[in-house]
Design a protein. Structure first.
Length: 482
């Protein structure tokens, strides 16, 4: 149902029988005048007069405003450069958020040329104040205390990403905006993003820092729609001084969420706010709308690669120091050479070793490290290639007496489901694949399916001796030389 006023212009959009633009509702005229006045103040007179002044609302409903531009070039330019700014002005003037849709209206060009519709833009008090964000939210955004620049180990594999993050933290919104970090799972993207958040808060406690995963963004967006709290949702993220979004690939194929993030991105960028995004792949490989990918590509894009030996050794030394433990150099070197996939696996192996040594009251030696970690990692000199998803699926299919096609399929048969879950668990443990990558390797499964599978298998490993033995045997077979 349309609320407020409905504006319709007497324009044949095909270009034939074009009539002068007519807007009959006085309140709507005043509200749009307020939009233009706010836009003029925020954009500056040169930009306003060149790109925004000729825009006119063609239709306004309770959810959308259709805005006409005189030419295709101007429509594209305004939508690309100033949609976020105009959206903020519309929200302030009309008292609520509305989606913007830009179209070409040739009649506007004729109207402007003939001078039949020249209106003086006057500042009109908006009918309602924009929704303000919940300040308590920004003070409670969770950041891991360990993820700071001081604890980040710099190497050749991550030097550029670290430099970009430091620059963004020192000059939020002014340099490298947006900053796009990409790389495999467990390589330090989250660490760097949260380090930026810590540094910004430390420099200015009043700065609004919002960190979240794209999955959380999706969940909160859906909840806001269901609970009719979209204004609160938008006020929360569009008033952030620094927005940090992890694993942006999770919004792929979610059209409404993509659209919402697109407008949030534009609003923040137009106001000079810092945006940092991470993904498992480069922007050009994301299955996102071209408009969003192009905005990511407009900033600094830098990858994080698996750490080299020296960096892995430094990471182990640093983590051991954090744990208050002294570990012999030969053990650290053994682990650094053994585990090459990612930092998460490296630190996880160290925690496993420390826990085992503590429980059994054993001294930490290279022999103990080999006994504890041998079932999870291998450095066989005869294996000259990494374990692949296909290796895992073929071996699991053979071990569970099912076919690879059944593992990739949708069958809910108990035996096939368990085989599929074990394969996902092994892929998570033995490769650097991210959750989305694992899901795609199994016929396009959702990441939540992969999470559930890994949790299920971990539970079985602790409570079902037969499953634990079977999985251990599969891991040994996968690590045997070719």
């Amino acid at each position: 149902m349309t609320v407020g006023c409905l504006i319709r212009s007497k324009i044949d959009m095909s270009g034939a029988n074009q009539l002068p633009l007519e807007i009959h509702d006085t309140d709507c005229n005043e509200a749009w005048d307020a939009v233009l006045a706010l836009a003029r103040d925020r954009a500056g007179r040169p930009i306003f007069e060149s790109w925004i002044a000729e825009l006119r609302p063609l239709e306004i409903t309770d959810t959308e405003i259709v805005i006409g531009a005189p030419t295709e070039f101007k429509r594209n330019w305004v939508e690309t450069k100033y949609a976020g700014l105009i959206s903020e002005c519309v929200e302030a003037a009309y008292g609520s958020f509305r989606q913007l849709r830009f179209v070409v209206s040739p009649a506007l060009k004729e109207t402007a040329a003939s001078g039949t519709r020249k209106r003086k833009v006057e500042v009109v008090k908006p009918p309602a104040a924009p929704r303000q964000p919940d300040e308590d939210f920004f003070g409670t955004v969770p950041l891991n205390d360990r993820f700071t620049f001081e604890t980040f180990i710099i190497g050749r594999s991550n030097r550029m990403a670290h430099a970009g993050a430091v620059a963004a933290a020192q000059n939020p919104g002014r340099q490298y905006n947006p900053l796009f970090l990409y790389g495999g799972a467990g390589l330090g993207k989250t660490h760097l993003m949260q380090a930026v958040g810590h540094a910004v808060r430390s420099a200015n406690p009043n700065r609004r820092v919002a960190y979240l995963s794209a999955e959380t963004f999706v969940t909160q967006y859906v909840s806001a729609i269901r609970e009719r709290k979209m204004e609160d949702f938008r006020a929360r993220y569009r008033h952030a001084d620094v927005l940090l979004v992890d694993d942006i690939q999770f919004i792929a194929d979610k059209e409404r969420t993509e659209e919402e993030f697109f407008h949030t991105f534009n609003a923040l960028r137009d106001m000079g706010r810092q945006i940092i995004v991470s993904s498992d792949v480069a922007p050009k490989e994301l299955r996102l709308d071209e408009r969003l990918r192009s905005r990511f590509e407009a900033g600094l894009i830098t990858d994080i690669r698996p750490p080299e030996l020296e960096t892995r050794l430094a990471i182990l030394q640093n983590r051991a120091s954090q744990e208050g433990t002294v570990i012999p150099d030969d053990v650290l070197m053994y682990m650094a050479e053994l585990i090459q996939s990612n930092i998460r696996a490296l630190e996880g192996a160290l925690i496993k070793l420390l826990a085992y040594a503590s429980v059994t009251h054993s001294p930490i030696t290279q022999q103990l490290a080999g006994d504890v970690l041998g079932n999870y990692f291998s450095r066989s000199p005869n294996r000259d290639r990494a374990i692949t998803p296909d290796d895992i699926k073929r071996l699991v299919a053979r071990g569970f007496d099912v076919s690879v096609e059944e593992i990739n399929g949708t069958s809910r048969s108990k035996g096939i489901v368990l085989a599929r879950q074990v394969a996902m668990h092994l892929m998570r443990e033995l490769t650097g694949a991210s959750l989305p990558e694992i899901g795609r390797a199994f016929g396009g499964k959702d990441h939540s399916t992969v999470v559930h599978a890994c949790q299920k298998v971990k539970s079985l490993l602790m409570n079902d001796l037969d499953v634990a033995r079977h999985v251990s045997k599969l891991m040994e077979d996968l690590r045997k030389p070719d």
